[in-house]
Design a protein around this ligand. Structure first.
Ligand SMILES: Cc1ncc(COP(=O)(O)O)c(C=O)c1O
Length: 451
């Protein structure tokens, strides 16, 4: 039986898919952080180039992928879809498990799918430098690579705890020609304000976003780039799901359930949205978002307007949120530690078109080890969340006496996360559930809006 289902370069989709066209409800407005009134393109112009702002508000179903972006995609796309035959055997399931392997990109994850597109549009509009945040370091690496390939400078604010846990991410970012600082830094007002109150602050994505936004907003030649959450990011990631559908067609199969881990929602959205398009058209398929118990945005957060960053500088969006002040514990899946979620994913969960589940860290590492010892590839801790639920879903089919088809997005490899594996194997990690009172506390700070 075939392990890999492989497409040709000519099979890379020529258009991105925008699920906003099919949800059947308008996206809620995005609000200005100071006025709490809907933003227009001019409000966003200091942060983003106009072509990305247009994509952000677009309701077109299909958007052409520029040839310059395709040219770079061809370095690693199409990515393989694997049938996880060895994993199936290892866990003794009768179900079929497939995974789309996004670890083949130079940066080792799905992130370059949007980083390349964002760098391209910025370059085209005359931008000199991009400023961004990174959690686990995957996004910072991806944008460094993409900036280098498109001829831009790049500054990365990396969440301090991840910076300490993953020193080689800095080396990668520097190798691709970008600069990186552990956030909070003393380079911005947002960073300095946090450090004044708490000099040992380990950072959060919310804080790092504030620093990058401030950097972009205060420099004329610089724009901000976000690796997840926004509509245009999910749009660019749709190449993942579109390829996967072609690969399923090649083998005459179709998934009962598609699964992805969720930080800001981009790899899951990119993978699942093209299947949810079929679901909206009447096909039976479930889409399951997986998040950590320690940052349970979709499962225990509130669907409300909230700031995207801690210093309240970025736009306010309607999404599932734990509150912009929420600082999750330092679990090793740094890329899943965001207080909010993509407005598109949030709306799809709210409308019942996607489901969400939270899982504990230890169960994820156990699944990752099972995967590494059967399929060979070592998953990023973020990805291990999807593997945990893929295994659980396959077993549920077994228990029901059915042979299910389970597919998950393998968002990235874990070669720079080995300290986390060491800690797990040494028995030093523990599960963590965020206390209700803490969530209530941070939710009390949501902005009061009239929409
Ligand atoms: C390997 C990997 N998977 C998943 C994520 C989560 O991000 P998103 O939900 O945007 O896909 C990250 C974020 O850094 C990541 O590095």
């Amino acid at each position: 039986m075939q392990h890999k289902i492989v497409l040709q370069e000519s099979d890379i989709p020529k258009q991105w898919y925008n699920i906003v066209a099919d949800i059947g409800k308008p996206m809620p407005p995005v609000l200005h952080p100071a006025t709490l009134e809907p933003v227009g393109p001019d409000d966003l112009a200091p942060l983003f180039p106009m072509s990305l702002i247009e994509q952000e508000v677009s309701t077109e179903r299909w958007i052409d992928i520029p040839e310059e972006v395709m040219e770079v995609y061809r370095l690693w796309r199409p990515s393989p879809l694997y049938r996880a035959l060895n994993l199936e055997k290892a866990i003794g399931t009768k179900s079929k498990i497939y995974y789309k392997y996004e670890g083949v990109s130079p940066a080792g994850s799905h992130k370059p799918n949007t980083a390349i597109a964002q760098a391209y549009y910025n370059k085209k509009e005359g931008v000199k430098r991009l400023a961004t945040e990174t959690g686990a370091g995957q996004w910072g690496s991806a944008l460094s690579l993409s900036s280098q390939l498109m001829g831009l400078e790049c500054t990365v604010y990396m969440v301090k705890i991840s910076f300490q846990q993953k020193p080689y991410r800095k080396s990668i970012i520097n190798t691709w020609g970008a600069e990186v600082f552990p956030s909070p830094t003393d380079r911005t007002n947002a960073g300095r304000a946090i450090l004044e109150k708490d000099p040992d602050n380990l950072g959060s994505l919310g804080i790092a976003i504030s620093e990058a936004v401030e950097d972009a907003a205060t420099h004329d030649d610089t724009k901000y780039s976000l690796g997840s959450v926004l509509n245009h990011v999910l749009l660019h990631q749709s190449v993942v799901g579109l390829e996967t559908k072609k690969q399923f067609e090649m083998v005459g199969d179709y998934p009962d359930v598609v699964i992805g881990c969720v930080g800001g929602g981009s790899n899951f959205g990119g993978f699942a949205d093209p299947f949810v398009m079929d679901k909206i058209a009447g096909k039976e398929v479930r889409a399951v978002a997986v998040e950590p118990f320690s940052c349970p945005t979709l499962t225990r957060g509130k669907y409300a307007f909230d700031y995207g960053d801690t210093a309240k500088m970025g736009p306010v969006a309607k999404m599932y949120t734990l509150g912009h002040d929420f600082i999750p514990p330092g679990i090793h899946a740094g890329g899943l530690r965001y207080h909010g979620d993509a407005p598109i994913i949030s709306l799809l969960v709210k409308e019942g078109l996607m489901e969400a589940v939270a899982v504990h860290q230890l169960g994820c590492f156990e699944a990752a080890i099972t995967f590494a010892r059967s399929e060979g590839i070592i998953p990023a801790p973020e990805t291990s969340h999807a593997i945990r639920v893929a295994i659980d879903e396959a077993k549920k089919f077994d228990e029901a006496g059915k042979e299910g088809v389970v597919a998950f997005n393998f968002s990235g490899h874990g070669h720079f996360d080995m300290a986390a594996y060491d800690a797990y194997l040494a028995g030093e990690l523990q599960d963590y559930e965020y206390p209700d009172e803490k969530i209530k506390e941070s939710l009390a700070e949501l902005p009061k809006v009239k929409y």
